[in-house]
Design a protein around this ligand. Structure first.
Ligand code: ADP
Length: 254
């Protein structure tokens, strides 16, 4: 688009309209660039598993009929990469959905039973220990489904990047109820902390090959949190562990 030339200063009506127009167009352009970047990142990320699947399928065709070990290895790799791709596509759809407006149903939730339920679902799914210590506050005001989804992302990371128990703690300030997800795992180097919530951001490729992450989980968490007016704070020490804290505004603040 072509920017309209306007004098730096000046307050007549036409100048103001032109200035607003320029601002709107700039915003649109930024938005468009972000979308472009997203599409190109998404295609790039999907290309990797497709390439792996393709090359193992070819290997399987060439040598898999005579060699059981090759067949086993190829099929395993194909199965793993398909699962990874499936997860990534689901996450991309989730992000696309969040770009629209989520329907939010705020309600009063009793915090401790709510967190116990979330923890026991995680425990059953992954056979890991999730400890809840949530005496205060007794109630929060939020959207149960969205908050649960948000917690699942953080808890899933906590168990993926650690081996011991994961703790879910709560605290209360004058204006907020806060939930902390604490793990005692590998931790995150400080220079990565500001980028964690960017789409497709991963701390290092190596660390993630084992866990097969996509770098989309925290971007989704961030968008969900934004919709609920929740802030996310992260603290981490390399080799000692990581804590993500969600602060939920109290009822009268919303
Ligand atoms: P991924 O699917 O790769 O886990 P996320 O967006 O959920 O993507 O997380 C981005 C990156 O942040 C991860 O790849 C990982 O390196 C790092 N990370 C997230 N949570 C933790 C944690 N609890 N402990 C250590 N590293 C973490």
């Amino acid at each position: 688009y072509e920017k309209i030339d306007i004098p730096e200063k000046g307050g007549d009506e036409l100048t103001n309209i032109n200035r607003t127009f320029n601002m709107m167009m700039e915003k649109l352009e930024q938005h468009y660039q972000k979308q472009q970047e997203f599409v190109s990142n998404a295609s790039h990320e999907l290309k990797t598993p497709i390439t792996v699947i393709e090359s193992y399928a070819k290997l399987l065709l060439r040598r898999g009929f005579d060699n059981r070990e090759v067949a086993q290895e190829s099929l395993q790799a194909i199965a793993n990469e398909s699962t990874r791709m499936h997860e990534m596509v689901l996450q991309l759809l989730e992000l696309a959905k969040n770009n629209e407006h989520l329907a939010i149903h705020l309600e009063q939730l009793e915090l401790e039973p709510f967190l116990q339920k979330v923890a026991s679902q995680m425990q059953q799914a992954y056979h890991r220990t999730f400890i809840v210590d949530a005496k205060f506050p007794r109630f929060i005001y939020s959207d149960e489904k969205i908050l649960k989804q948000l917690l699942f992302i953080l808890l899933d990371n906590a168990r993926k990047y650690s081996e011991d128990e994961v703790r879910i703690l709560t605290a209360e300030t004058t204006n907020h109820a806060c939930i902390t997800i604490q793990d005692f795992g590998i931790g995150i180097p400080e220079e990565h902390l500001p980028h964690l919530f960017e789409r497709f951001y991963r701390v290092t490729e190596d660390r993630n090959r084992k866990t097969g992450g996509s770098g989309l989980g925290l971007a989704i968490a961030h968008e969900l949190a934004e919709q609920l007016g929740i802030t996310i704070d992260v603290k981490s020490t390399l080799g000692e562990g990581t804590s993500f804290t969600l602060c939920i505004p109290k009822e009268e603040e919303q």
